[in-house]
Design a protein. Structure first.
Length: 242
């Protein structure tokens, strides 16, 4: 498939499944046959994921992207052979870096879960094309910095539905891609924090007249309302009763 279709989620899944190294072959930059130039997206994604690997203690050399054309069979053979040699030298995933297996699994699971958030947060950089860029230049290496990735993980948001504002219109639950919103008719909706992938869809989907979804960064999320206290008395009914 086109290198532009290779998603961070695919790379994260490969490592989560214990693969020792991931090799992506792509057409040379500026030689894409389509206006999409997906290989720019691929190189940006690879550079970002390499920084994420560093952040969780993995050697970024376990992920490689090689530009090549269909006529460059020699480049394919040489680069894959060299990559296999490198991976053998690094040893099994995690062991080579001295990371405990359980700890690594939990870190990779966390990264996999945060892929939608990371893609939204870094959307602009993932889409950029460096003008007059050469492949593998120092300029490219500077797109994502270590500090930036630390901030990215420090500022992971949580989404919380304010029980005072939720009107149970169900819009957020219908749009949530992770089925992470506990939803029932005429009941305050609740974000299941364990299932939430931090995509922010509910935040933008909640109608402005309700504005019930709050984005929380750096603070604990209030506990969810107990199930027996979630019934909503709609404002109009309250008003009618009074
Ligand atoms: S941020 Fe909202 S829409 Fe996205 S997964 Fe979490 S609860 Fe669902
Ligand atoms: S979209 Fe807003 S008002 Fe509607 S159920 Fe979700 S949180 Fe409540």
């Amino acid at each position: 498939m086109c290198s532009g279709r290779v998603d961070m989620a695919h790379v994260a899944r490969a490592f989560s499944n214990g693969i020792d190294g991931v090799f992506i072959g792509a057409c040379h930059l500026n030689e894409c046959n389509y206006i999409t130039h997906g290989n720019y997206h691929a190189i940006n994604m690879v550079l970002l994921f390499k920084r994420i690997m560093e952040h969780i203690g993995l050697n970024p050399e376990r992920l490689k992207m090689q530009f090549m054309s269909a006529a460059e069979g020699n480049v394919f053979a040489e680069s894959t052979n060299e990559f296999v040699r490198k991976i053998k030298e690094l040893g099994p995933l995690g062991k080579g870096e001295g990371i405990d297996e359980k700890q690594l699994k939990s870190k990779l699971n966390e990264v996999s879960k945060l892929v939608p958030y990371i893609k939204v947060a870094k959307n602009e950089k993932l889409r950029m094309r460096l003008v007059n860029s050469e492949e593998h230049t120092e300029e490219y290496d500077k797109i994502f910095t270590k500090e930036e990735i630390e901030t990215l993980f420090k500022e992971v948001p949580s989404y919380y539905i304010d029980p005072e504002k939720c009107q149970a219109c169900m819009t957020c639950a219908r749009r949530c891609p992770a089925d992470a919103i506990i939803s029932a008719r005429a009941q305050v909706h609740i974000v299941d924090q364990d299932k939430c992938i931090k995509c922010g869809t509910c935040f933008t989907a909640c109608p402005p007249r309700f504005g019930a979804v709050t984005k929380i960064v750096g603070k604990p999320v209030p506990p969810p309302l107990p199930a027996d206290k979630r019934a909503i008395v709609r404002k109009s009914k309250e008003e009618k009763a009074s």
